[in-house]
Design a protein around this ligand. Structure first.
Ligand SMILES: CC/C=C\C/C=C\C[C@@H](O)/C=C/C=C/C=C\[C@@H](O)CCCC(=O)O
Ligand SMILES: [Zn+2]
Length: 611
């Protein structure tokens, strides 16, 4: 059911940019760690699209508004705040000055709530340095409205400037070009400019005690000093990845590409905030093996950030394209076999996700209906993996990468700086390939609108998987009485992705005995494994085997890291084992105040807790 007052163009926003549209944002905000609030003014430039309309509609969530005024005349403006709709907030309707102008500057004075869903305020003990607090944001999909009044829909893109005041010793970073700092009494001002129009969900802010290291001509990595050298080592290939992405996609328009490695509670692997990708420290494997997430975030510089889904019902346009490009970068930097291995092994993940959601659930369609469903609730890997599968299928139909890649560059160029929906993509594709008779066979309706697994799974190169299948078969056919049939020499040349694939097969296969798992653990050194992807699957295998000694390790890990990709399945596994069900519920209750809103919100649903 659609929620009252939400837009017909975007079921997750109150705003109506088709009448009056925000065209620029200027933030002037102060960060108060003691009160856990941000306060100040956001100035919005708005333009009448429909000259007969005299009000602008904005999204807000838990903002305490003190006044709204015409920034040019300083005259107060009338406004109305609607009823609070859980998860969506309040519709803010501002009456525009009554004159002949079509462009206005309105300023909103306000402060945020300490519970702002788009912010995480960390106490010193949740940081590596342990001495100072830390603040970071995560606005995708609809949390920008908890920090600034805005048209919080990806259908609206604007440039922004910001002046942020914070205590002197802190570094302030945003998804923008840094434009200098100035000392003031009791703190400092940090200035930012983002000239490229972008949606509200890409505005980002982090404030902490940070250091940086250069990664290349247009990149720095930022992190707390305790992990900065590790980060500089891990992400040393960033410039190679950027150059490869540019060869595939066209010019990089954002100027700089910096990385910020956040404290472990960050809920995602990475977030593609322009000029400053946010990443989880769970990428720090020590051997650069998880830097594919950086390729993913770099790819977003075109897919999502330059060409943006009009609303989150078309999220696959952001994420399916991004995974497709990420794997192409991998193919160019490593090999075609590893590109395909990545795609092939994720078919299993897609299947697992679809089974969990329900193979007939409309949320497993590529294009979803989000009326009455919050995007955070609908989020899964389906748009990522089903989306990339569709694009790979289309690539095969049109004649391969040599034909598809020029199309991709043309598509990015055609729709750059715009927000589009699936029909825009479809019509551009059909027009571009109008002379290609193969495209008549594409069953668009099934691909886009049917739930469940994709209609076609492309014939991927499985050479790297076959090596793993042999090792897996040896292990599962082992009765445990003779010595383990897997030897060091069988596994030492495996990549961490191959090891992960073997473990995934073990997880999906029959329950293992603890004694067989002990042998496997010694062989691979799982007790001290640094690679978070391996650690994750390994702990799931241990829980499935009801290996009681490992329960503590699981809780220790999920109480430190916040990455939902790992934390959610582990909580679900704990919930599904009678011995750990109540422990999981108690642990969640004890720790949810340390989690970001999105983690607490989705975990409460996973654990069937009525909030
Ligand atoms: C069908 C889905 C419909 C709507 C979802 C829209 C937004 C989802 C929202 O919850 C925000 C997602 C943010 C994602 C950020 C990063 C991911 O790419 C990370 C993926 C998982 C990981 O690696 O940790
Ligand atoms: Zn992504």
């Amino acid at each position: 059911m659609a929620k009252v007052g939400l837009s017909p163009l975007d079921p997750s926003s109150f705003s109506r940019p088709e009448y009056v549209k925000v065209t620029n944002l200027a933030l002037n905000l102060n960060v108060n760690f003691d009160r856990k609030i941000i306060s100040g003014t956001t100035e919005l430039t708005v333009e009448k699209i429909d000259k007969t309309v005299n009000e602008v509609i904005l999204d807000t969530l838990d903002l305490n508004i003190s006044k709204i005024y015409d920034a040019e005349s300083n005259e107060n403006l009338e406004y109305n705040l609607g009823d609070h709709i859980p998860d969506y907030g309040k519709k803010l309707t501002v009456q525009l000055p009554k004159n002949e102008k079509t462009i206005f500057k309105i300023a909103v004075g306000y402060e945020t709530s300490p519970e702002a869903t788009g912010l995480q305020w960390l106490s010193p003990k949740a940081t590596a340095g342990q001495k100072h607090p830390y603040l970071f944001s995560q606005f995708q999909p609809t949390h920008a409205r908890s920090v600034l009044p805005c048209q919080d829909t990806p259908g609206v893109k604007t440039p922004y400037t910001a002046t942020i005041s914070a205590p002197q010793e802190f570094t302030v970073l945003m998804s923008a070009i840094r434009d200098g700092t100035k000392k003031i009494a009791g703190g400092k001002l940090s200035h930012f400019v983002q000239k490229v129009p972008m949606p509200s969900y890409l505005i980002a802010l982090a404030v902490g005690i940070l250091e940086s290291r250069s990664l290349g001509p247009r990149s720095h990595v930022w992190a707390e000093k305790e992990i900065i050298e590790e980060c500089a080592y891990e992400f040393a290939n960033t410039e190679h990845q950027l150059k490869t992405a540019e060869e595939l996609c066209g010019p990089y328009v954002w100027g700089i590409y910096d990385l910020l490695v956040l404290p472990p509670s960050f809920p995602y692997g990475g977030m593609e905030n322009p000029c400053l990708t946010f990443v989880t420290p769970t990428l720090l494997a020590g051997d650069r093996s998880l830097a594919n997430v950086i390729a993913h975030e770099i790819a977003h510089s075109w897919t999502g950030n330059l060409v943006t889904n009009r609303n989150f019902e078309h999220f696959w346009l952001n994420e399916g394209f991004t995974v497709f490009i990420e794997r192409k970068i991998k193919g160019k930097l490593e090999s075609a076999a590893s590109q395909d291995f990545d795609a092939y092994t994720h078919v299993t993940d897609l299947n697992e996700a679809i089974t969990l959601i329900g193979k007939n659930s409309p949320l497993t369609q590529l294009v979803v209906n989000l009326s009455g469903v919050h995007p955070d609730e609908a989020f899964s890997i389906v748009p990522y993996e089903k989306g990339q599968t569709f694009l790979r299928y289309l690539e095969n139909v049109v004649g391969g990468p040599e034909i598809m890649e020029p199309f991709l560059r043309s598509y990015f160029d055609h729709y750059k700086f715009k927000s589009i929906d699936t029909n825009d993509f479809k019509s551009y594709f059909q027009k571009y390939f109008t002379d290609n008779s193969n495209i008549a066979s594409i069953d668009w309706a099934s691909w886009l609108h049917k739930p469940g697994m994709p209609p076609v799974i492309p014939d991927y190169d499985k050479s790297l998987a076959l090596i793993c299948d042999e090792i897996f078969n040896k292990f599962v056919n082992w009765n445990g009485s003779e010595s383990c049939p897997i030897k060091i020499k069988d596994v030492e040349s495996l990549s961490s992705f191959q090891l992960k694939y073997i473990l995934q097969k073990i997880l999906e296969g029959p329950v293992q005995t603890v004694s067989n798992l002990q042998v496997l653990s010694e062989l691979f050194g799982f007790d001290n494994i640094k690679n978070a992807e391996i650690k994750f699957i390994w702990l799931r295998i241990c829980l499935k085997a009801h290996w009681e000694e490992k329960i503590d390790s699981v809780f220790q890990w999920i109480n430190v890291i916040g990455r939902m990709k790992f934390v959610r399945p582990l909580y679900r596994d704990l919930y599904n084992w009678e011995k750990t069900k109540q422990l999981a519920l108690d642990n969640f209750k004890a720790n949810k105040q340390n989690m970001m809103h999105v983690s607490a919100y989705t975990l409460a649903r996973d654990l069937h807790i009525e909030e």
